[in-house]
Design a protein around this ligand. Structure first.
Ligand SMILES: [Zn+2]
Length: 390
């Protein structure tokens, strides 16, 4: 390699070093070959043919400039076969930064999680929404149970997780992305507010009725199994509505206490005259339509999909059979007093992944989601709807 080329390499090397010094924030002088160092401290004379980098000021300690020259000469021997022209360096740094970003992206969870609402109470539910790659699979773990979130038309995955009536304090939701090469997880803590429960003393006549017709266990198990049903497709549209407009006589989670009975009321009781039409809370498919069960009387269960179920008990008439699809607000039966009932009323319940939740909260929450979706859709029709924390 000729002298001329070596000299150019030295000059280029100084430029490269200068850039790197700036990056790491070390303030150093530099020298022009054939002059003095410009650091203002060492004033070292620099020979025309020598490479020189000054290490003043002394934040790193004084180093003998001769040693530095020798180190650089050694360095040159190693790198003189291939020296990167200075103008290419910004491009190389860009590519290095890009590959670091790509590596970080592959290590960090490449999905977004939204949990709503931010302040749930016991007996409500939380909606976990996951946005990631279309083909990714996820597993959500909550209170020791594993759930596979459901695919949505928006491309997101969603799962409603039920909170027990007595839940309070902090609970952790784990969202794991199941990819072929790696498994990545995110954790979301939710703070659950304690639900204040109303306590009601069961009347003697109520207890006598229950004693006279004890619960038939296999019927009860069959109904409970239906309430735990989960189907993949989302059948409901928009918010859920109440099945009738009559006043609520017993609210959700009322603690009923008697001599031998002690339990939470896991739905709503509507006081209504016999024969009042009962409407489907939302679109879905009837999965149980049974007559004369000793506890529930004539009853009907609707699957709304993705673990959301509504049920209607003590009816005088069943107007839909199992397997039939129903629309939101369609009349499905008439109020009665069959089964464990001391008078005409409708008992209805909403179940999320097999667990009873507060139907009043559910209708309000799904209405809020509807409103949010409408606002977001009108703001940006191209981005679909995206849930944001209220
Ligand atoms: Zn009831």
């Amino acid at each position: 390699m000729g002298k001329e080329q070596t000299g150019r390499n030295q000059s280029q090397r100084k430029q490269v070093k200068g850039v790197l010094h700036e990056e790491i924030g070390v303030d150093r002088g530099s020298g022009n070959a054939g002059g003095n160092c410009e650091c203002g401290v060492c004033e070292r004379e620099i020979e025309e043919s020598s490479a020189f980098t000054c290490h003043f000021p002394a934040d790193k300690g004084f180093r003998d400039c001769q040693t530095e020259q020798e180190e650089l000469k050694e360095d040159q021997k190693e790198t003189s076969q291939f020296t990167v022209p200075a103008p290419i360096m910004p491009m190389i740094r860009y590519l290095v930064a890009l590959s670091i970003c790509a590596a970080a992206y592959s290590v960090c969870p490449a999905f977004e999680v939204t949990v709503l609402p931010s302040n749930p109470r016991g007996g409500e539910a939380v909606l976990v929404s996951i946005k990631g790659e279309p083909d990714d699979r996820y597993l959500v773990t909550f209170k020791g149970k594993e759930y596979t979130p459901f695919f949505q038309k928006t491309g997101a995955r969603e799962i409603y997780l039920p909170l027990a009536i007595d839940d309070s304090g902090t609970e952790k939701i784990k969202i794991k992305r199941l990819a072929a090469e790696t498994e990545e997880a995110k954790h979301v803590d939710i703070a659950i507010k304690e639900r204040i429960k109303k306590v009601v003393q069961l009347q003697v006549s109520d207890e006598a009725m229950r004693d006279k017709e004890p619960m038939v266990e296999h019927q009860n198990q069959s109904v409970l199994e239906t309430l735990r049903y989960r189907s993949d497709d989302r059948l409901w549209k928009k918010r859920f509505r109440m099945p009738l407009d009559s006043p609520i006589s017993t609210s959700f989670a009322t603690h009923r206490k008697g001599k031998t009975y002690n339990y939470y009321h896991k739905g709503l009781d509507f006081s209504a005259p016999a024969g009042t039409p009962v409407k489907a809370m939302n679109a879905g498919k009837v999965i149980l339509s049974e007559k004369d069960l000793n506890v529930y009387g004539n009853m009907l269960v609707i699957d709304h999909g993705q673990g959301i179920i509504s049920c209607y008990f003590h009816l005088s008439k069943l107007l839909k059979q199992a397997g039939e699809t129903v629309q939101r607000g369609e009349i499905i039966g008439k109020v009665g007093s069959t089964g464990w009932a001391t008078g005409p009323h409708l008992h209805m319940g909403v179940y999320v992944q097999g667990q009873a939740i507060d139907p009043v909260w559910w209708t309000n929450f799904t209405a809020d989601l509807d409103e949010q979706a409408t606002i977001t859709a009108s703001q940006s029709s191209s981005s679909g709807y995206r849930l944001t924390s209220k």
